[in-house]
Design a protein around this ligand. Structure first.
Ligand SMILES: Cc1ncc(COP(=O)(O)O)c(C=O)c1O
Length: 402
């Protein structure tokens, strides 16, 4: 099925402003059904969950429904396998804190130099407990991670590998299932940052066979809120982050200190409503169908920009040069000889096109690729972008680079 772009765009009121948004990897526009659900919850259901009076029971039921919908979104086996938090950065920090007592001095954690800092820095607090960190570096030629390199880093003390599903700078998709199999065969766990992947493709944590998976709703058409998946038996082993009477068995409550934000959890489930409306089905199958249609459209508009960039002298595409949807999402970064990224972006700003420059907190990757301190220009698209918007961006770039 092809994507009904008129329907898609009607669901994002901010797209009517005349701006062309190409900074979606920074933050996407919010769906009308999401905003309506947040307002609806706040105006009709603002009581504390967990009591026996009727409005409270209704609030508890709505939170349970929202959790179940998000569990379906990621393909979890059960709703309790997902827990909410304010951001990906915070959830990774939570996980690091909650894992502390199962790690001993001398145990090893592998982080990468190609992740966003959110799946690197928050882990490093464990250095205080004597945990040894190793860094899996990207192959600077292929711009992909290499399993042989990972193999040289892993030892019988390796407990965890933290790696991103898609790079928010390169747009490349990493082969997570293959990496998970490799890591598991060596007796370690894997924690995946799905922030740059979730807006573009269906996530299936069971098919990927990952242990932990995290992403933020505000880049996936929802509110400033985030969710982490963890395999149920692993969540049971984590330390409680809540009061002393929240024992280890209290999953996921022990991982949501202060309770989740009910209205944002309820609102975020509107993303699933939208995907169902888009594909005309229900549940998991509808989500997968919607993302298949999304991928086709994204590949077309991504190729439109990439093919123009490939033809320009002096332009370096930082990432895959082609638009193969199994290798990349349409998060497209580039540099231009003789032009500072900020100067180009100043011109796109004037043309009411939202593009961004910098390293987008993938600082270690930018350093490794010799892109610091200026970084790159990043045009990050999602499915609501149109071919006409891409042409508008190309025209503006054409004028600047003339
Ligand atoms: C790949 C990736 N991971 C993590 C984050 C951080 O997410 P949050 O702001 O929810 O902590 C970002 C934000 O840009 C990102 O692009």
């Amino acid at each position: 099925m092809s994507l009904d772009l008129d329907f898609v765009r009607s669901q994002f009121p901010a797209l009517q402003t005349g701006w062309a948004f190409f900074d979606n990897a920074g933050g996407s526009q919010v769906l009308r059904p999401v905003a309506e659900r947040v307002a609806d919850y706040m105006l009709t259901t603002s009581v504390q969950t967990g009591a026996s009076y009727e409005p409270s029971m209704k609030a508890s039921e709505m939170l349970a429904q929202a959790r179940a919908r998000i569990a379906t979104f990621v393909g979890a086996a059960r709703p309790e396998e997902v827990f909410f938090g304010p951001s990906t950065t915070v959830l990774v920090r939570f996980l690091a804190t909650a894992m502390a007592s199962q790690l001993s001095a001398g145990d090893e954690i592998i982080v990468t130099n190609f992740d966003h800092e959110s799946n690197i820095g928050p882990w490093l607090i464990l250095k205080e407990r004597g945990i040894v960190f190793k860094v899996w570096e990207i192959d600077p030629e292929t711009l992909m991670p290499n399993l042989d390199t990972l193999g040289t880093l892993m030892s019988d003390r390796t407990r965890l590998v933290c790696v991103t599903h898609a790079s928010n700078l390169l747009g490349s998709i990493n082969p997570i299932r293959q990496i998970a199999d490799f890591v598991h065969a060596r007796g370690a766990l894997i924690c995946v940052d799905g922030v740059a992947y979730a807006p573009h493709r269906a996530i299936d944590v069971q098919d990927l066979d990952v242990d932990y998976y995290v992403f933020s709703f505000y880049k996936t058409y929802g509110p400033h809120y985030a969710v982490m998946y963890g395999r149920h038996d692993l969540l049971l082993e984590l330390d409680s982050l809540y009061h002393y009477f929240y024992g280890k068995e209290k999953v996921p409550g022990k991982l949501e200190p202060g309770n989740p934000c009910y209205e944002l959890a309820w609102g975020a489930a509107g993303i699933v409503d939208y995907l169902e409306a888009l594909s005309g089905g229900k549940g998991r199958q509808a989500i997968e169908q919607a993302f298949e249609d999304i991928a086709v459209h994204e590949t077309e508009i991504g190729e439109r920009l990439l093919s123009w960039l490939r033809m320009r002298n002096g332009v370096r595409i930082v990432g895959h040069r082609g638009s193969d949807p199994s290798l990349r999402v349409p998060t497209i970064s580039f540099t231009v000889d003789g032009h500072r990224p900020q100067d180009i972006v100043a011109r796109t700003d004037d043309a009411r096109i939202g593009v961004r420059h910098g390293d987008f907190h993938s600082r270690r990757l930018a350093d490794a690729l010799g892109l610091s301190p200026q970084g790159v220009i990043r045009a990050s698209m999602v499915h609501y972008n149109t071919a006409a918007e891409v042409d508008r961006l190309i025209e503006t770039l054409d004028q600047v680079l003339r």
